[in-house]
Design a protein around this ligand. Structure first.
Ligand code: HEM
Length: 512
């Protein structure tokens, strides 16, 4: 091996070791929130919870009798906020200093997600992207989005009628249709759509690389100089493979809009309308880059999250048949039995079901990690600048002092007054969408899509337990996957039309 290579590898190792020793020394001196004792140098690296971290963190809070706990991983501090009080005091009230993201060398620099503003560091570039995104999703734009959302819900009903056992695939198709059509004017294919396939591959890259502790290069960015063929450099090869899907995810649909605009075949979409406005502006080139990147972020941020929420809806309706009946009665009372629901229908019980879906099994139980940019103090505890800060949405959404008893049960009534209206005095399930300046900018669209799909399914289908060959009902386990994004473990259920009228309505509904 050439001596220059040996020298640079040695330099990297020495700088890593000094960094760890320095950080552990500084960490010991400050009065951090309580947490499990770590090993010298690596801290809690090997004792970080491997699964369902949100539940383990709640246990830690009980053990240390503190709503805020801390862990140390390779000298870096992780702060976990397990109560509404701590989240409100820091992530909401001090959002100006708690809105950064932890640096992620693997995800951003190697896998290539640096265009994704979910992962962008807080600063002018993020602000630019966020502003452009919010403009496209403000209330005045809703009228552009609703027809597609309604169409997609109705196509989903048709697909459920044709092949109910594949309901998860139909939910994915529905969200793909909403987002790709709204953002780019793309009509997706019924099966094997190339845009959806690419997004699925890119999301595998997120789930493998976004987890803190998965790659050493996230703790020691200087490891990025290790050549790929040396031990420890293998992450570069993995990243290169994922990078193809990640860059196709942002480039492919955008290229489609540009081509169809030139050909005069483009459908109205966020992209087509924005490109018309940008044309001729002195900074058109910069604006176009931002546009391309926010559309990619929308596509990536919106698809899996809505699929997870709707899968929870199907699971809850299977596990709680009495609630399903009440929800159907509420839909029938407003809509009747001879048409499908639309956005003008006011059905508070369905609103309550959607809130309960988001609360009962939050899609991102630990939200997305924030980072703090300045030293801070909370309840006498030191929070060091640069610490990763996790808001435990699950802990808040399951807090019985806020949401009433039996928070592990699916009870839509907790959201309603005695008159059956939404109780506006209750804290809403907003923490399911994150915190402060980084709160999900797609939350209105998400809630609308989940609402119209839930109301439409309730109007025309019964969701029952499947039965085995002896006719014995198979109750779903109710288990969830662990990870940044959590889904119900795939389960079986029978989705059957409520009547022949319902069947006929579904068949004739699309594009009516
Ligand atoms: C049920 C569906 C959804 C849930 C539960 C959800 C939840 C979240 C959460 C928890 C965050 C992190 C907030 C934080 O850091 O504090 C987030 C961020 C984000 N979401 Fe959503 N989301 C959903 C749907 C959508 C949709 C439909 C879109 C796009 C149209 C979208 C786009 C984004 C973007 C771009 C961010 C990054 C914001 C930033 O970093 O400034 N999300 N979402």
């Amino acid at each position: 091996m050439p001596s220059s290579l040996l020298q640079s590898a040695g330099l990297v190792l020495v700088s890593c070791a000094s960094y760890i020793i320095f950080r552990s020394y500084v960490g010991r001196k400050s009065h951090l929130p309580p947490g499990p004792r770590g090993l010298p140098v690596v801290g809690n690296l090997y004792s970080l919870p491997k699964a369902y971290e949100w539940l383990v963190f709640i246990e830690m809070s009980r053990k240390y009798n503190s709503d805020i706990i801390s862990l140390n991983v390779m000298g870096g501090t992780i702060i976990v906020l397990n109560s509404a009080a701590s989240v409100d005091a820091l992530l909401e009230d001090k959002s100006a200093i708690y809105s950064d993201r932890p640096s992620s060398t693997m995800l951003n620099d190697f896998v290539g997600f640096d265009w994704h503003f979910v992962f962008m560091r807080y600063g002018p570039r993020w602000k630019n992207h966020r502003k452009a995104f919010v403009q496209q999703f403000q209330p005045s734009q809703v009228l552009f989005h609703r027809p597609t959302e309604l169409d997609a819900a109705r196509v989903m009903l048709q697909r459920l009628l044709e092949s109910p056992a594949k309901f998860e695939r139909h939910l994915r198709h529905m969200t793909g249709m909403v987002i790709l059509s709204t953002a780019y004017g793309i009509d997706i294919k019924p099966e094997n759509d190339p845009y959806i396939d690419i997004s699925e591959q890119a999301h595998i890259a997120i789930s493998r690389t976004a987890k803190r502790g998965a790659y050493l290069v996230d703790f020691f960015p200087s490891l990025k100089y290790i050549p790929e063929f040396l031990p420890g450099g293998g992450f570069k090869k993995e990243a290169r493979e994922w990078n193809k899907a990640v860059s196709a995810m942002v480039e492919m649909p955008y290229a489609f809009v540009k081509t169809s605009l030139t050909a005069g075949t483009a459908k109205s979409s966020i992209a087509s309308r924005a490109l018309e406005e940008i044309e001729g502006a002195p900074d058109a080139e910069e604006q176009e880059i931002v546009l391309k990147e926010i559309l990619g972020s929308c596509y990536s941020g919106g698809s899996d999250t809505i699929v997870s929420a709707l899968s929870t809806f199907i699971l809850a309706m299977t596990l709680y048949p009495d609630i399903q009946k009440k929800a159907q009665a509420a839909v029938d009372a407003v809509v009747g039995r001879d048409r499908l629901p639309d956005f003008n229908d006011n059905i508070p019980y369905v609103d309550a079901v959607v809130r309960e879906v988001l609360r009962w099994r939050p899609v991102l139980p630990l939200s997305i990690p924030h980072a703090v940019t300045q030293d801070d103090i909370y309840n006498g505890f030191h929070i060091p600048a640069g610490a990763t800060v996790l808001g435990n949405s699950w802990a808040i959404l399951h807090d019985e002092a806020i949401f009433g008893p039996n928070t592990d049960e699916f009870i839509p009534e907790r959201w309603l007054t005695e008159d059956g209206e939404i109780n506006t005095e209750m804290r809403n399930p907003g923490v399911a969408f994150g915190f402060g300046r980084r709160v999900c900018p797609g939350k209105d669209m998400a809630q609308r899509s989940v609402w119209i799909c839930a109301a439409s399914i309730l109007a025309v289908f019964n969701i029952n337990n499947s039965v085995d060959k002896n006719g014995v009902p198979i109750e779903p386990s109710g288990e969830y996957t662990s990870g940044v994004l959590s889904y119900p473990v795939p389960h079986k259920c029978d989705i059957v039309p409520r009547s022949e009228t319902a069947r006929a309505m579904i068949r004739s509904a699309v594009h009516d």
